[in-house]
Design a protein around this ligand. Sequence first.
Ligand code: SF4
Length: 476
Amino acid sequence: MTQLQRAREGTVTDEMERVAERERVAPEFVRRQVADGQAVIPANVEHGRLDPMIIGSEFATKVNANIGNSEEASGVEDELEKLHAAVHYGADTVMDLSTGGELNRIRAANVEHSPVPVGTVPIYEAVKRADAVADITPELLLDVIEKQARQGVDYMTIHAGVLMEHLPLTDGRKTGIVSRGGSILAQWMEENGMQNPLYAKFEDICEIFARFDVTFSLGDGLRPGCLADAGDDAQFAELETLGELTSIARDRGVQVMVEGPGHVPMDRISEQVERQQEVCDGAPFYVLGPLVTDVAPGYDHITSAIGATEAARAGAAMLCYVTPKEHLGLPDAEDVRDGLAAYRIAAHAADVANGREGARDWDDALSEARYDFDWERQFELALDPERARSYHDQTLPGDNYKEARFCSMCGVEFCSMRIDQDARDADGEMSEIETETDVEESPAAEVNRPPVGTHEVEGAPLADVDLDREYPSADD
Ligand code: SF4
């Protein structure tokens, strides 16, 4: 039985217990959220190493990191390094979006070594296995989906909402169909003159998902690829279909979240979130960014983190990170780090602004260490401790500067916090400032307390990876 089915019958599963502990809420609250479809616990029964987590708007905002190779770059070793970087810097889930060689080895290695849920987009493998897009058959799609489910994939992007009748609605767009899955399915429908096979076979997919407890991530194949296309008829027609599919999947006991755009002007993000929540009956919304401007290739981790913060403020439950390489090239491990930092900031900022219990304690503790000139504690509490330390040490590397009452930004004479403290010490009108926040005692969810991710290399996925190990081939 799936988490959803067990929640409905009133059972608090081990996974729900663990999630409750990580979120610091009552297990019964977790069960009710899952039973109502307002939250999902992606936990394939075959994913042995998984540490369960939850995605839902009533829980701390989560961040997904996309990893995966392309035909042009990367193999198993590089991908495991990216998985390591992703978990190390705080990804709550990872998606293996590989489209190059060694798909099976990479996926098997990722699932085997990942403590966070692994998501995939099975149509990529179907494309690789068919001679041409038009040759993909519904049977091949189901075969790929079942094999990936057996491998332990926790959630899959299924672009079942792109229908033949939606395709003409994309005609007036500036950037057409930008979702890889959406464009592949559009080509398949155009060339075969038939309805989307993922839609036609949706109930068969539900049956496979129910067996392994794979969670749907209903893909937005017609998402806008630029600000000009945001919120057009094609996008919202697909959303209506995603609402119907959400209901069908839930009726069959399968957990569902729904994917969202992409590129949206800042002032229209909240209405997009509200519309998805209404159409999909509160199913968790998993958004890609969105980018709030199209003019900054090379900095799209920033343009999209702004949109992601706004989306999470409005109720999006999980943010799919964007790296600085977006639109330009395949991210490497350092890009994964930069993208995750941007998105952990977005998620945490939204959690603070949304008043999640204890979320601001982390900010308060770091601010107190900053005011105390406790540099070691500042580094320890930083979202990315290694970077904070290295930036500080670029100009003031000596150990003596770890107790200095200034840094090189303002210098000793103009350090405002030192000046403020000296003024308070002078027995005038101002009193001393107390520091008292204890993050260890904070009621905040795990993701809103330091450290982010797995800061110790020991225990991180790559630490015990046997890179010479053989993984199943496509035919296994
Ligand atoms: S020198 Fe400026 S930036 Fe550095 S600690 Fe003092 S006030 Fe902060």
